[in-house]
Design a protein around this ligand. Structure first.
Ligand code: SF4
Length: 506
């Protein structure tokens, strides 16, 4: 048997020219892309956040490189980053052999980058525009929900606050009425409080008045108990509700352990129990599978996220995109109106678009959108062919957006043989039409069926959806680590920069 030959192994060999880390890193390694791109970023915006004086600080460029490279390698915990800058040659090279600890890395991530990371992100995107990797004219937008690190069972519901306040109001009313009945003092102030505007202060004052009046008369034990309970609990409860409503800011819910998170239904329900979880609605715009814009929202639905998302695009790049492609979740009158107003070509599906494209779809001749309209006379023709005349208009305001509806009324429904199939209303059929919404929706339908529209529709799921897939599956990012919308936005921004740079490296 031949004798085995081993390579020389000398662990403590002394080198005349010690090898440098630089030599150990392949020329096309992703860490070089991170370093080169971040070397071209203007750091002034971050440097301005340092007060100056005191002890020396690690350079923000080095810390930012370490963070982005960490996110590129699915390392999200600051303790694991600290270990990496001590053990991993790529991190050691990026950090210039410096060893920031996890406190420093975490403070830099959650405090120094707060409210400014988006500008850094935009600088990276603009570099990618210059290098021809990405364009800002055509954007594909979609959203997903990402769970917060918050405890899932520490919720506050806006509806419960309203119900409880209403209960206090009713009980206070009853107590007031009772007091007026048994102990109204002719000399005293018997003006009833404004029960519609009850708050901690007014309730406290009212209870004191009731208490003083009832002291003069004999009352049952039950009333005494109720009054004592009210004195002890209601002002404090109402103060708590007012504080909670300030945090809610119009939302339906929030988590006590991450007040920025709203309870929403998640697509990936890892607990498989269908329960609402605290989280954020993350919106992404992509071009060529690169992220060009991201934003986080408390709204569980996508409809109302598009306008603030596009406003941010303008803020980051100085102008609006020329083409917006999105799925049916964004097809609202308000969004179409906004896109039209900003001259953005909208390839945004109306809610019923996919249903109407199916081969087996049959229009319902009685449906309001199938009735013929004569614009010159401003009349609709009902399925029986009789005129439905304009009988008036009304407007509603939803989240600040005004919608106008015109009403058209049929005649002779009572004796019509089609009545059963036509409508279930009492009397003659009343048609409610939002002309503006209908026209914008119709235009969207037509645009989506053009050659260009078909191409954009095909490209949409291939452009934006793989980015979510990459972040959630390949990068295994399914839950935020930090709390609050400011900090979770930083996490998402780092993921987006890392995603873009990884694509460049690939
Ligand atoms: S029920 Fe009224 S609206 Fe419907 S087809 Fe008959 S007349 Fe027209």
């Amino acid at each position: 048997m031949a004798k085995p030959i081993f390579k020389t192994y000398q662990q403590n060999q002394v080198y005349l020219f010690p090898p440098s880390l630089e030599d150990m890193i392949a020329i096309n390694h992703p860490v070089r892309v991170v370093s080169e791109v971040m070397d071209r970023i203007d750091m002034d915006i971050i440097i301005k956040k340092y007060k100056g004086g005191g002890t020396t600080s690690y350079h923000p460029r080095m810390l930012l490189k370490v963070l982005i490279y960490a996110y590129l390698n699915n390392v999200y915990s600051s303790r694991r980053m600290e270990a990496s800058v001590k053990e991993n040659i790529y991190f050691m090279w990026l950090a210039g052999m410096q060893q920031p600890d996890h406190h420093t890395l975490n403070r830099f991530r959650s405090e120094r980058l707060r409210n400014i990371l988006k500008e850094v992100f935009a600088q990276v995107v603009l570099l990618l525009v210059d290098s021809g990797h990405v364009g800002l004219q055509e954007i594909y937008t979609d959203g997903t929900k990402i769970e917060s690190v918050a405890n899932r069972y520490t919720f506050v519901w806006g509806k419960a606050i309203k119900t409880n306040r209403e209960k206090i109001k009713q009980q206070l009313k009853e107590l007031w009425k009772y007091t007026q009945k048994v102990a109204a003092d002719e000399k005293g102030d018997n003006t009833p409080p404004d029960f519609d505007k009850i708050d901690s202060k007014t309730v406290k004052a009212t209870i004191e008045k009731i208490d003083a009046a009832l002291k003069e008369v004999e009352v049952s034990k039950e009333v005494k108990q109720k009054l004592n309970y009210a004195k002890k609990n209601w002002p404090a409860k109402l103060k708590q509700y007012a504080d909670q409503e300030k945090i809610l800011k119009g939302r339906n819910s929030y988590s006590k352990t991450d007040t920025g998170a709203t309870f929403m239904r998640m697509k990936e329900d890892h607990m498989l129990n269908g329960q609402l979880k605290p989280g954020y609605n993350v919106q992404l715009s992509t071009n060529n599978q690169f992220v060009v814009n991201y934003s986080l929202h408390p709204n569980p639905t996508d409809t109302r996220t598009l306008i603030p998302h596009l406003e941010q695009h303008k803020k980051l790049y100085g102008s609006m995109p020329e083409v917006q492609v999105a799925d049916a979740g964004y097809g609202s009158e308000e969004n179409y109106q906004y896109l039209h107003h900003h001259n953005i070509e909208a390839y945004v599906k109306p809610v019923d678009f996919d249903r109407k494209q199916k081969k087996n779809w049959q229009p319902n001749p009685f449906a309001s959108d199938q009735l013929e309209y004569d614009g010159s006379k401003d009349v609709y023709f009902c399925p029986a062919g009789t005129e439905m005349k304009n009988t008036g208009q009304y407007s509603t305001k939803e989240n600040g957006f005004r919608k106008t509806y015109t009403l058209y009324k049929a005649t002779g429904c009572r004796n019509c043989p089609l009545k059963e199939a036509c409508h279930k209303q009492k009397g003659n059929r009343l048609l409610k039409v939002n002309h503006n919404g209908r026209t914008l929706k119709q235009q969207a339908h037509e645009r989506l069926k053009t050659q260009k529209g078909i191409l954009y529709r095909k490209q949409r799921p291939a452009d934006v959806e793989p980015v979510f897939g990459n972040i959630k599956s390949n990068k295994n990012f399914k839950r935020f680590l930090l709390k609050g919308i400011d900090k979770t936005e930083i996490e998402w921004g780092l993921l987006c920069i890392a995603h873009n740079l990884k694509k460049v490296a690939a």
